[in-house]
Design a protein around this ligand. Structure first.
Ligand code: PAF
Length: 279
């Protein structure tokens, strides 16, 4: 694997087409590696990046103690057969033009108001510099991939945004760098989050969707989770569900012992089972 540390070098490098790009903030886990594996299988070359993007962290968030595990990350990428690793210069996020994302004022955008703007500004810079044929994201960050897809479409950027399945721990907990802040036992316990989503997905096919939210929130609170949100929205644009909604996104963000965890599930609604009272 070739490690590139300058924007100038990555810009002029000749990749063999089609090539795929996997942006990360490091502290890699199987979720990231599944994206690299997909790139390896479906494209001629794969490029990963590691850059802890300061623009996407709020004032009270964990930028300064975000885990840095560069040598282990390099080892994992090398083992997964990644062709290139781009580690941008420290000032990579400086002097970027402000971009206002759509779909950023709901779900995670409510408690993290500038987060998606910061993500989009850095992804825009990566895409313009590297010009990959595809850029790969995990569906755990459902809102992130939706916002990026929308932006790329609006701006007619010629990169396919590909969203790939959530990779889970044995307990069902969605893989995330933040899981490292939890003990082994806590990670098992937090499998409850996904169990709830699965139960909700099942119930949403037969029960009125409006009736499902409060009991689940109550259950999660009693189980020791602090709720940021549990929302049922249209998976296409994160708008409130209506009778026309075909694809339902059930998305949740909670804190367990101060660690913020997000997860989601998408449900195809059959008309006969749609009971939303709104719209
Ligand atoms: O999902 C992430 O790790 C980050 O938001 C990303 C896409 C690498 C942008 O900094």
């Amino acid at each position: 694997m070739k490690v590139i540390r300058s924007s100038k070098e990555i810009k002029t490098n000749k990749f063999s087409k089609p090539f795929a790009f996997v942006p990360t903030m490091g502290n890699l886990h199987q979720g990231h590696l599944s994206l690299v594996e997909y790139a390896k299988e479906n494209y001629s070359e794969s490029i990963a990046s590691i850059f802890i993007n300061p623009l996407q962290f709020g004032k009270n968030e964990d930028l300064s103690n975000y885990p840095k595990t560069l040598s282990e990350d390099i080892r994992l990428l090398e083992n997964s057969g990644c062709d290139y690793l781009f580690i941008p210069e420290a000032n990579f996020a400086e002097n970027l033009e402000e971009i206002k994302p759509r779909f950023a004022d709901v779900l995670c955008g409510v408690s993290r108001p500038k987060h998606f703007q910061g993500v989009l500004m850095i992804i825009d810079k990566f895409l313009r510099l590297i010009k990959p044929d595809a850029c790969l994201f995990g569906l755990k960050d459902y809102q992130q991939q939706l916002i990026i897809k929308d932006y790329v479409k609006q701006k007619q950027i010629k990169t396919d945004i590909i969203s790939l399945p959530i990779i889970r721990e044995k307990s069902g907990l969605a893989m995330s760098s933040r899981n490292n802040y939890l003990s082994e036992e806590d990670r098992k316990y937090c499998g409850k989050i996904f169990s709830c989503l699965q139960d909700l997905a099942k119930s949403s096919e037969t029960s009125p969707i409006d009736s499902l939210k409060i009991p689940t929130i109550d259950y999660l609170i009693r189980a020791g989770f602090k709720i940021d949100y549990l929302e049922f929205v249209d998976a296409n644009d994160l708008s409130p569900i209506t009778k026309k909604t075909k694809k339902l996104l059930i998305a949740v963000a909670v804190k367990y012992k101060k660690v913020r965890l997000i997860d989601n599930i998408v449900v195809s609604l059959k008309k006969s089972h749609l009971n939303a009272s709104s719209g």
